[in-house]
Design a protein around this ligand. Structure first.
Ligand code: ZN
Length: 270
Protein backbone atom coordinates (compact mmCIF):
# COMPACT_ATOMS: atom_id res chain seq x y z
CA UNK A 1 0.00 0.00 0.00
CA UNK A 2 1.26 3.42 -0.83
CA UNK A 3 2.18 5.80 1.93
CA UNK A 4 -0.86 7.87 2.83
CA UNK A 5 -0.45 11.45 3.94
CA UNK A 6 -2.80 13.83 5.65
CA UNK A 7 -2.53 17.29 4.10
CA UNK A 8 -5.60 18.85 5.63
CA UNK A 9 -9.27 18.63 6.49
CA UNK A 10 -12.47 19.87 4.94
CA UNK A 11 -15.25 20.19 7.51
CA UNK A 12 -18.81 20.45 6.23
CA UNK A 13 -21.25 21.86 8.77
CA UNK A 14 -24.95 22.11 8.37
CA UNK A 15 -28.31 20.51 9.00
CA UNK A 16 -30.43 17.71 7.62
CA UNK A 17 -34.09 18.63 7.61
CA UNK A 18 -36.85 16.02 7.52
CA UNK A 19 -39.28 17.06 4.81
CA UNK A 20 -41.40 13.96 5.54
CA UNK A 21 -41.52 11.51 8.44
CA UNK A 22 -38.27 9.63 8.91
CA UNK A 23 -37.92 6.01 9.99
CA UNK A 24 -34.48 4.63 10.74
CA UNK A 25 -35.20 1.36 12.43
CA UNK A 26 -33.78 0.04 15.66
CA UNK A 27 -33.41 -3.59 16.59
CA UNK A 28 -36.54 -4.88 18.35
CA UNK A 29 -34.55 -7.13 20.63
CA UNK A 30 -34.58 -4.83 23.61
CA UNK A 31 -38.11 -3.56 23.12
CA UNK A 32 -40.79 -4.44 25.63
CA UNK A 33 -43.79 -6.56 24.62
CA UNK A 34 -46.66 -4.45 23.39
CA UNK A 35 -44.36 -1.77 22.11
CA UNK A 36 -44.57 -0.31 18.64
CA UNK A 37 -43.78 -2.79 15.81
CA UNK A 38 -41.05 -0.81 14.16
CA UNK A 39 -39.28 1.57 16.55
CA UNK A 40 -36.73 4.18 15.49
CA UNK A 41 -33.14 4.15 16.65
CA UNK A 42 -32.55 6.27 19.75
CA UNK A 43 -29.65 7.52 21.77
CA UNK A 44 -29.50 5.17 24.78
CA UNK A 45 -28.80 8.01 27.21
CA UNK A 46 -31.07 10.85 26.10
CA UNK A 47 -33.70 8.63 24.37
CA UNK A 48 -33.73 11.12 21.51
CA UNK A 49 -34.01 9.68 18.01
CA UNK A 50 -30.88 10.18 15.94
CA UNK A 51 -29.44 9.26 12.55
CA UNK A 52 -26.42 6.95 12.85
CA UNK A 53 -23.52 8.28 10.78
CA UNK A 54 -23.06 4.76 9.40
CA UNK A 55 -26.62 4.67 7.98
CA UNK A 56 -26.22 8.11 6.49
CA UNK A 57 -22.85 7.34 4.96
CA UNK A 58 -24.05 3.98 3.64
CA UNK A 59 -26.91 5.65 1.82
CA UNK A 60 -24.61 8.24 0.25
CA UNK A 61 -22.29 5.45 -0.87
CA UNK A 62 -25.07 3.38 -2.44
CA UNK A 63 -26.43 6.34 -4.38
CA UNK A 64 -23.00 7.43 -5.60
CA UNK A 65 -22.13 3.87 -6.66
CA UNK A 66 -25.22 3.72 -8.86
CA UNK A 67 -24.57 7.14 -10.35
CA UNK A 68 -20.90 6.51 -11.12
CA UNK A 69 -21.35 2.95 -12.44
CA UNK A 70 -21.99 3.90 -16.10
CA UNK A 71 -18.73 5.87 -16.29
CA UNK A 72 -16.49 3.86 -13.93
CA UNK A 73 -15.97 0.32 -15.30
CA UNK A 74 -14.22 -0.92 -12.14
CA UNK A 75 -17.46 -0.57 -10.15
CA UNK A 76 -18.76 -3.68 -11.91
CA UNK A 77 -16.80 -5.77 -9.39
CA UNK A 78 -19.32 -6.48 -6.65
CA UNK A 79 -19.09 -8.26 -3.33
CA UNK A 80 -21.93 -9.93 -1.45
CA UNK A 81 -22.09 -8.31 1.99
CA UNK A 82 -25.39 -10.03 2.77
CA UNK A 83 -26.07 -13.74 3.10
CA UNK A 84 -26.49 -16.42 0.42
CA UNK A 85 -30.25 -16.26 0.91
CA UNK A 86 -30.45 -12.49 1.03
CA UNK A 87 -27.58 -11.25 -1.09
CA UNK A 88 -26.64 -7.58 -0.90
CA UNK A 89 -24.15 -6.85 -3.63
CA UNK A 90 -22.12 -3.68 -3.50
CA UNK A 91 -18.86 -2.62 -5.03
CA UNK A 92 -15.84 -2.83 -2.70
CA UNK A 93 -12.25 -2.80 -3.90
CA UNK A 94 -10.24 -5.78 -2.62
CA UNK A 95 -7.09 -3.86 -1.79
CA UNK A 96 -5.80 -0.39 -1.11
CA UNK A 97 -3.91 -0.09 -4.41
CA UNK A 98 -7.16 -0.45 -6.29
CA UNK A 99 -9.13 1.64 -3.81
CA UNK A 100 -6.91 4.70 -4.16
CA UNK A 101 -7.78 4.85 -7.85
CA UNK A 102 -11.45 4.09 -7.26
CA UNK A 103 -13.65 7.19 -7.01
CA UNK A 104 -16.07 5.38 -4.72
CA UNK A 105 -13.77 3.45 -2.36
CA UNK A 106 -11.25 6.24 -1.81
CA UNK A 107 -14.09 8.40 -0.47
CA UNK A 108 -16.06 5.78 1.45
CA UNK A 109 -13.36 3.23 2.24
CA UNK A 110 -12.98 -0.45 1.44
CA UNK A 111 -12.35 -3.59 3.44
CA UNK A 112 -10.01 -6.38 2.40
CA UNK A 113 -11.38 -9.20 0.25
CA UNK A 114 -10.53 -12.86 0.70
CA UNK A 115 -7.63 -12.97 -1.74
CA UNK A 116 -4.08 -12.97 -0.47
CA UNK A 117 -2.57 -9.49 -0.37
CA UNK A 118 -5.93 -7.85 0.26
CA UNK A 119 -5.98 -4.93 2.64
CA UNK A 120 -8.26 -2.19 3.90
CA UNK A 121 -8.45 1.35 2.63
CA UNK A 122 -9.81 3.55 5.43
CA UNK A 123 -12.42 6.04 4.32
CA UNK A 124 -11.47 9.64 3.60
CA UNK A 125 -14.93 10.65 4.79
CA UNK A 126 -15.99 10.83 8.42
CA UNK A 127 -19.73 11.18 8.95
CA UNK A 128 -20.68 11.98 12.55
CA UNK A 129 -23.88 10.66 14.09
CA UNK A 130 -26.60 13.22 13.45
CA UNK A 131 -28.43 14.46 16.55
CA UNK A 132 -31.57 16.55 16.82
CA UNK A 133 -30.92 20.26 17.21
CA UNK A 134 -31.90 21.71 20.62
CA UNK A 135 -34.76 23.60 18.91
CA UNK A 136 -36.12 20.36 17.46
CA UNK A 137 -35.83 18.57 20.80
CA UNK A 138 -37.81 21.36 22.41
CA UNK A 139 -40.47 21.39 19.70
CA UNK A 140 -40.84 17.61 19.62
CA UNK A 141 -41.02 17.24 23.37
CA UNK A 142 -44.41 18.99 23.22
CA UNK A 143 -46.05 16.66 20.72
CA UNK A 144 -48.93 14.60 21.97
CA UNK A 145 -48.53 11.17 20.40
CA UNK A 146 -47.82 9.01 23.41
CA UNK A 147 -44.25 8.56 22.18
CA UNK A 148 -41.19 10.53 23.11
CA UNK A 149 -40.21 12.98 20.30
CA UNK A 150 -41.83 10.82 17.60
CA UNK A 151 -45.11 9.92 15.95
CA UNK A 152 -46.44 6.58 14.77
CA UNK A 153 -48.26 5.65 11.65
CA UNK A 154 -50.20 2.57 10.64
CA UNK A 155 -49.04 0.89 7.48
CA UNK A 156 -51.12 -1.92 6.09
CA UNK A 157 -48.90 -4.27 4.16
CA UNK A 158 -50.68 -6.98 2.18
CA UNK A 159 -49.02 -10.39 2.05
CA UNK A 160 -48.67 -11.05 -1.67
CA UNK A 161 -49.08 -14.81 -1.27
CA UNK A 162 -51.95 -15.10 1.20
CA UNK A 163 -53.50 -11.63 0.64
CA UNK A 164 -53.69 -11.34 4.42
CA UNK A 165 -53.49 -7.82 5.79
CA UNK A 166 -50.54 -7.17 8.05
CA UNK A 167 -51.13 -3.86 9.79
CA UNK A 168 -48.05 -2.50 11.50
CA UNK A 169 -47.26 0.56 13.52
CA UNK A 170 -44.20 2.36 12.25
CA UNK A 171 -42.53 4.97 14.43
CA UNK A 172 -41.25 8.08 12.67
CA UNK A 173 -39.45 11.29 13.43
CA UNK A 174 -42.02 13.93 12.39
CA UNK A 175 -41.49 16.18 9.40
CA UNK A 176 -39.77 19.45 10.16
CA UNK A 177 -37.28 17.87 12.57
CA UNK A 178 -33.72 19.07 12.10
CA UNK A 179 -30.52 17.13 12.71
CA UNK A 180 -27.02 18.59 12.98
CA UNK A 181 -24.73 17.44 10.17
CA UNK A 182 -20.97 17.21 10.33
CA UNK A 183 -19.00 15.53 7.56
CA UNK A 184 -15.22 15.64 7.40
CA UNK A 185 -13.23 14.93 4.27
CA UNK A 186 -9.55 14.12 4.84
CA UNK A 187 -7.37 15.76 2.21
CA UNK A 188 -4.76 13.18 1.28
CA UNK A 189 -4.07 13.82 -2.37
CA UNK A 190 -4.44 17.26 -3.99
CA UNK A 191 -5.05 15.62 -7.35
CA UNK A 192 -8.17 13.89 -6.03
CA UNK A 193 -9.56 16.83 -4.10
CA UNK A 194 -11.72 18.38 -6.80
CA UNK A 195 -13.20 15.07 -8.00
CA UNK A 196 -13.83 13.78 -4.48
CA UNK A 197 -15.64 16.93 -3.36
CA UNK A 198 -17.69 17.05 -6.55
CA UNK A 199 -18.70 13.43 -5.99
CA UNK A 200 -19.63 14.19 -2.39
CA UNK A 201 -21.80 17.06 -3.58
CA UNK A 202 -23.40 14.74 -6.14
CA UNK A 203 -24.14 12.19 -3.40
CA UNK A 204 -25.83 14.91 -1.27
CA UNK A 205 -27.93 15.97 -4.26
CA UNK A 206 -28.90 12.39 -5.04
CA UNK A 207 -29.96 11.83 -1.44
CA UNK A 208 -32.31 14.83 -1.61
CA UNK A 209 -33.90 13.12 -4.62
CA UNK A 210 -34.06 9.75 -2.87
CA UNK A 211 -35.07 8.75 0.64
CA UNK A 212 -33.26 8.14 3.89
CA UNK A 213 -34.26 5.22 6.10
CA UNK A 214 -37.15 2.84 5.58
CA UNK A 215 -40.38 3.05 3.55
CA UNK A 216 -39.05 5.63 1.09
CA UNK A 217 -41.39 4.44 -1.65
CA UNK A 218 -44.33 5.26 0.64
CA UNK A 219 -43.25 8.81 1.21
CA UNK A 220 -40.98 8.49 4.22
CA UNK A 221 -37.46 9.86 4.45
CA UNK A 222 -37.42 12.89 2.16
CA UNK A 223 -34.69 15.12 3.50
CA UNK A 224 -32.99 18.34 2.49
CA UNK A 225 -29.59 19.74 3.33
CA UNK A 226 -28.91 23.15 4.75
CA UNK A 227 -25.16 23.74 4.51
CA UNK A 228 -23.93 26.38 6.94
CA UNK A 229 -20.26 26.49 6.11
CA UNK A 230 -17.45 24.47 4.68
CA UNK A 231 -14.06 25.04 6.21
CA UNK A 232 -10.90 23.76 4.57
CA UNK A 233 -7.72 23.72 6.66
CA UNK A 234 -4.18 22.70 5.93
CA UNK A 235 -2.21 20.86 8.60
CA UNK A 236 -0.07 24.01 9.00
CA UNK A 237 -3.18 26.03 9.81
CA UNK A 238 -4.51 23.38 12.23
CA UNK A 239 -1.16 23.57 14.06
CA UNK A 240 -0.89 27.34 13.98
CA UNK A 241 -4.02 29.43 13.39
CA UNK A 242 -1.94 32.43 12.31
CA UNK A 243 -1.05 30.60 9.08
CA UNK A 244 -4.16 31.90 7.38
CA UNK A 245 -2.88 30.98 3.93
CA UNK A 246 -3.92 27.44 4.80
CA UNK A 247 -7.52 28.27 5.62
CA UNK A 248 -10.58 28.97 3.53
CA UNK A 249 -14.28 29.14 4.46
CA UNK A 250 -16.87 28.40 1.79
CA UNK A 251 -20.63 28.55 1.66
CA UNK A 252 -21.29 25.58 -0.59
CA UNK A 253 -19.71 22.83 -2.64
CA UNK A 254 -20.32 24.73 -5.87
CA UNK A 255 -17.55 24.56 -8.43
CA UNK A 256 -16.09 28.01 -7.70
CA UNK A 257 -15.97 27.22 -3.97
CA UNK A 258 -14.32 23.85 -4.57
CA UNK A 259 -11.71 25.65 -6.68
CA UNK A 260 -10.95 27.95 -3.72
CA UNK A 261 -10.30 24.89 -1.55
CA UNK A 262 -8.30 23.34 -4.35
CA UNK A 263 -6.05 26.38 -4.57
CA UNK A 264 -4.91 25.83 -0.95
CA UNK A 265 -3.44 22.47 -1.83
CA UNK A 266 -2.62 22.70 -5.53
CA UNK A 267 -0.05 25.46 -5.46
CA UNK A 268 3.05 25.85 -7.61
CA UNK A 269 5.27 24.42 -4.87
CA UNK A 270 3.58 21.03 -5.16
ZN1 ZN B 1 -13.63 0.53 -5.36
Amino acid sequence: MENRMLLGKTVIDGFVICETGLHIGASKENMEIGAIDAPVVRDPVTREPYIPGSSFKGKLRTLLEKALSPSEPNLINKRNIGTDKNPVKIHVCDNSNEAINCKLCRLFGSTAGRAEGSDNFPSRLIVRDLYLTPESVERLSDIDTGLQYTEWKFENAIDRVTSAANPRQIERVPRGAEFKLEVIYNIENPEHLETDLKNLKLAFELLELDALGGHGSRGYGKISFKIEKIEAMSIDYIKDKSKIAGHVVCKSLDETEIMRINSLFNTSKM
